[in-house]
Design a protein around this ligand. Structure first.
Ligand SMILES: [Ca+2]
Length: 293
């Protein structure tokens, strides 16, 4: 191989590396558990991971409507701008006797249990109930084309003490007492836990901290970039009061991630070609030249 050929091979290899790595850079107490009493007043509350009202620093992308629940129909109602409240089939909505996801403010739950103050602003969404039921709040939104990190603050107080995940949100049969947060297909039934669940974000299986302070949860939902999905907070209970508080739901920009599997495949292929080329050039340069005579 002469000097011109070697130079040409080097240029080709440089271009291939540039394309590959440039792309990478972009790269069991039953209903008695609902007897209202002072026993449910908690002497002290666990610390929240959020340090106080209005403390969020990360900018929101603005896609979630009313993620702080500040726009609402007033404390004690189940009216939230941008959000829909729904009941699992058979649940009694509202009061008296039933339950719901209510507008909560201050340090008392909708029915008067001591709870942490909303971590952002003055209001949060909080489930509470006088009888077994299942209560849901959800919002459909478009995940930005560039992907996003979904964050939310969640408070759990399961007065039954034990979490039971029956695998459904049904509260009319066997013991069932848990919270789950999902990214869903908006076309699915609101209480679906099957194929309509695109990604489970959180579920309070046995061992989940209880009661919890408001804890910030974040998850990368870039897999749904460009799609309209449903964010669902669901609570089901038939063992005792179950408070699920939600606040500060927002999206932030997705962090630069690792190259996709496709990019990795491309980079491996190009690197292999490059190494093979270098090997070939070295072999040619070391080969003895034939004598002219
Ligand atoms: Ca709020």
């Amino acid at each position: 191989m002469n000097g011109k050929t070697t130079q040409c091979a080097t240029v080709v290899l440089c271009v291939l590396f540039s394309i590959t790595f440039g792309a990478m850079a972009e790269g069991s107490s039953g209903p008695t558990g609902y007897d209202r009493g002072s026993a449910f007043e908690r002497a002290s509350l666990p610390p929240s991971s959020s340090s106080g009202p209005n403390t969020r620093i990360a900018p929101a992308l603005g896609v979630i409507v009313n993620g702080s629940f500040e726009a609402n129909g007033g404390a004690g109602t189940n009216v939230f701008t941008g959000w829909t409240v729904a009941q699992v089939l058979g649940s009694v909505s509202g009061t008296p006797g039933g339950g719901d996801v209510f507008v909560q403010t201050g340090t008392l739950s909708p029915f008067g249990i001591t709870v942490p103050a909303p971590p952002l602003g003055s209001f949060a969404a909080m489930s509470e109930q006088f009888s077994p039921g299942g209560h849901i709040i959800y919002q459909d939104f478009a995940v930005p084309a560039g992907g996003a990190i979904l964050s939310f603050d969640l408070y759990i107080d399961n007065t039954a003490g034990t979490f039971i995940n029956l695998g459904t949100l049904d509260f009319e049969g066997a013991f069932n007492q848990h919270v789950r947060v999902d990214i869903m297909n908006p076309a699915a039934a609101v209480d679906d836990v099957g194929a309509g669940v695109l990604q489970n974000i959180l579920i309070t299986n046995p061992g989940f901290p209880n009661p919890s302070g408001y804890t910030t949860n974040s998850v990368d939902i870039s897999a749904f970039a460009g799609q309209t999905v449903r964010l669902r907070f669901a609570e089901t209970d038939n063992q005792g009061y179950f408070l699920m508080g939600v606040d500060d739901v927002h999206l932030s920009a997705a962090a630069p991630g690792l190259p996709s599997a496709k990019l990795w495949s491309l980079s491996v292929m190009v690197t292999a070609i490059a190494l093979a080329g270098l090997f070939f050039v070295a072999r040619v340069r070391r080969a003895p030249r034939k004598s002219a005579s």
